[in-house]
Design a protein around this ligand. Structure first.
Ligand SMILES: [Zn+2]
Length: 71
C-alpha cells in the first residue's frame, strides 16, 4: 500500500518533486520563480528555474555542473 501511495503522489505532484532541486545557474530553488524547466544533459536530468538559465548553462555546462549536488 505504501508503494502505491508513493506512486500516486509522484503522478499528482510533479511540481512538488521539482521543488527539491536547485537551479545551478541562479542558485534559486527550482519552481519558486515560476514553472520549473529541465533538460537532459549527458543522460542526467538538470532542472532550472527558467529558460534563460538553460541558455547560460548550455554556454558553459562544466562550470554549472560543478555546483550541482553530486548523487
Ligand atoms: Zn533562472
Amino acid at each position: 500500500m505504501k508503494h502505491l501511495l508513493a506512486s500516486l503522489v509522484l503522478m499528482l505532484a510533479p511540481a512538488v518533486m521539482a521543488d527539491v532541486s536547485t537551479c545551478p545557474v541562479s542558485g534559486e530553488k527550482v519552481g519558486e520563480m515560476g514553472p520549473p524547466v529541465s533538460i537532459d544533459y549527458q543522460g542526467k536530468k538538470v532542472s532550472f528555474c527558467c529558460d534563460s538559465c538553460i541558455a547560460k548553462f548550455q554556454k558553459d555546462p562544466a562550470k554549472y555542473l560543478s555546483k550541482l549536488p553530486s548523487k
